[in-house]
Every structure is written in C-alpha cells, then in structure tokens.
Ligand binder design. Structure first.
Ligand SMILES: NCc1[nH]cc(CCC(=O)O)c1CC(=O)O
Ligand SMILES: [Mg+2]
Length: 341
C-alpha cells in the first residue's frame, strides 16, 4: 500500500546505532533500574510558622496550603509529620508586633514563642529534630536580621546578640541552630557560645550562601515583616549574580564550625548547590523558599501544572543537584505521597 505512513517507513533506513539510550527508558521497571537519585522522607525538613494563642491554625494568603500554628495545633501537625518519616522541623515565629523592638529583645526571652514551642515539641514528639532560626527579623520593629544603627546593619554588635539568641534556643532544647542572618563571623561566635554553655552536641546548620532574593516575599507575609521591613537586605545577603562568592562564604562557615551548610533560595540556585557539594563534600541543604512554593501553587490553582508531579519533580531536582536534603513547605505532603509509593 502506498499510504504516507508506509512510504515513510520504507524510506527510513534503520540507523546503525550502537547506543540507543531510549532502551533504558522502555518501561517503568527499566526506568526504576537505572534511576540515579531517589527522594525519600529522610530528605525533607519542614519549615513551620508559629503564632501565639491556642487552637489556632491560620491560613497564609500568599502561601495556599500553609498555615501559622499555635503551639498546640503545631504539635498535632508535627506528630503527623514525624509519623510520615519527616526527620526535622524548622521553626519560624510570627511575633506579636507589640513584642518587637529596634533591638529584637524578644529573641533573648527564654519564654518566647520559639522557645516554648521547642520545649513542647521535645516533650510531645521526642523523635523529631527541632531546628531553630537564628536571626533577629521576627523580633525587630524594622524587620532586619541585625541591629540597625543609622541606616547600617552593624555586624559585630549583631553577632553578640545572635550568639546569645542561639544559647537561648539551645537551653529550650533546640537540636540544630540555623543562623540565617548572614552576618560575618557568626558561626564561630555561636559555636564558642554554645560550647561555653555545655551545648557541644547542638549542631549548626549555616545559611552560608543566602541570597538577597525576591522569592522571600510570601515568607515575610507569614512572619509579618513585609509591611515593616525598612529598605532591603542587600548589604548582608548575597548578590544573586555571584557564584564564586558562595564558595568563599561556605568555606568560612565550615572553618568556623558549621556542621551543615545551606544554599537559599533553592531551585533558581541549583548551580550553587552543585558547586558547593563538589567543592566541600559537606552536608549541603537547599531551601525551597516561600516564593518557589507559591509560584508552583499559583500555577496549580490555575490548572496550569499538575501539583503532585511539579512538587515531586522540584524536590527530586534538589537531590540530583547533590543536596543532602531540602527545607520545603511540601515536606508533609511529599512524605505522605512517598509513603503511598
Ligand atoms: N531570617 C530571615 C529569613 N529566614 C528564612 C527566610 C525566607 C524563607 C522563605 O522565603 O521561605 C528569611 C527571609 C528573609 O531573609 O527576609
Ligand atoms: Mg558568611
């Protein structure tokens, strides 16, 4: 027969190919056999927002599917995450505006929201790791991560407060201290302060390469700093155009005693993740930040993306780039999906 299909078949001689990479993709079992990276619940850290009061679980408009929890409801959610195999949570407080001041004093209050939550979690869900954020932005009236003198975020004075904040969190039972402030020299100062107080076994996960990113917008809604932030954070967070600088930052933090390092944001910075992993072979985490999450969710809400597939593909990409794990608002959802298989 002279159909167009037959003509095409007859005219196309077999290619003399030795390699046909498609052979390894011919079926699901074959693809499973050659899969290079695998995501598991062990790779997921769940960042969680806290607010005061009881019985509260408040939606965040710019982060559909993410909530601010009072401690009691947080415990239920964390219990659930632990049962799904999520190894650790990272706590971020939405501090009552009345408790914020120019010095971020509430960061040092042993009964602040994070400390109370930390104690409660260690008691109620002892099997999950608790990561606390070291930075002053949830506590300062100006929304900066450090102390503001004139229009400068002063480094060394801030570091002294951060070291005290870290000790305050360790006393409340924090397992991992995670400085996200980007001041110079804070890792060494925090390590020394922790050790001096007998907290040698408290780990430090340094936000070593944290960029001044537009993708943090929804997070600042979540903790209530968007309205109050004066100016921007470009004098301490990194320029998104830089890559070698990230390696120098990571080197300094590892020298000063960081046990783990982080690159943030995540997906637009996978090249940095890969470079850091290849250069240092240290446990390197990536933060799939609020804006990345909300971008995916907005497309899903419009019917433009398949939510589950976009979630799992984005998380797998972090593993492929070499990350030891990912801080992601998807942690419980992804862990539940991985459990179902
Ligand atoms: N210490 C601030 C902090 N810690 C974590 C995030 C962002 C996380 C996210 O966007 O999900 C930020 C935002 C910022 O630097 O303003
Ligand atoms: Mg640094």
């Amino acid at each position: 027969m002279d159909s167009p299909e037959n003509k095409l078949a007859a005219s196309s001689a077999r290619l003399a190919l030795t390699a046909r990479p498609r052979r390894n993709r011919k079926s699901e079992w074959a693809r499973r056999l050659v899969r290079e990276t695998r995501l598991s619940a062990d790779d997921l850290i769940w960042p969680l927002f806290l607010l005061d009061g009881a019985g509260r679980c408040e939606p965040i408009a710019s982060m559909p599917g993410v909530y601010r929890y009072s401690i009691d409801t947080a415990l239920e959610a964390i219990e659930e995450a632990a049962s799904l195999g999520v190894p650790a949570v990272a706590l971020f407080p939405n501090t009552d505006p009345a408790l914020r001041d120019p010095h971020g004093s509430a960061a040092l209050d042993p009964e602040n929201l994070v400390c109370l939550a930390c104690c409660a979690i260690k008691r109620a869900v002892p099997g999950i790791g608790v990561i606390t954020d070291v930075a002053l932005d949830p506590y300062t009236s100006h929304g900066h991560d450090g102390l503001l003198v004139g229009d400068e975020i002063v480094n060394d004075e801030t570091v002294a407060v951060l070291a005290a904040q870290a000790v305050n969190q360790a006393r409340a039972g924090a397992d991992i201290i995670a400085p996200s402030d980007m001041m110079d020299g804070r890792i060494g100062a925090i390590r020394a302060a922790l050790d001096a107080e007998g907290f040698e076994s408290v780990q430090i996960m340094s936000y070593a390469a944290k960029y001044a990113s537009a993708f943090y917008g929804p997070f600042r809604d979540a903790i209530g700093t968007n309205k109050t932030l004066r100016g921007d954070k470009r004098t301490y967070q990194m320029d998104p155009a830089n890559s070698d600088e990230a390696l120098r930052e990571v080197a300094l933090d590892l020298e000063q005693g960081a046990d783990m390092v982080m690159v943030k944001p995540g997906m637009p910075y996978l090249d940095i993740v890969r470079r850091v992993v290849d250069a240092f072979h240290a446990p390197t985490f990536a933060y799939q930040v609020s804006g990345e999450y909300s971008m995916i969710e907005a497309a899903v809400a419009n019917g433009w993306l398949d939510g589950e597939r976009a979630m799992m593909e984005s998380l797998t990409a972090f593993k492929r780039a070499g990350a030891a794990g990912v801080l992601t608002y998807y942690a419980p959802r992804a862990a539940a999906l991985l459990r179902r298989g």
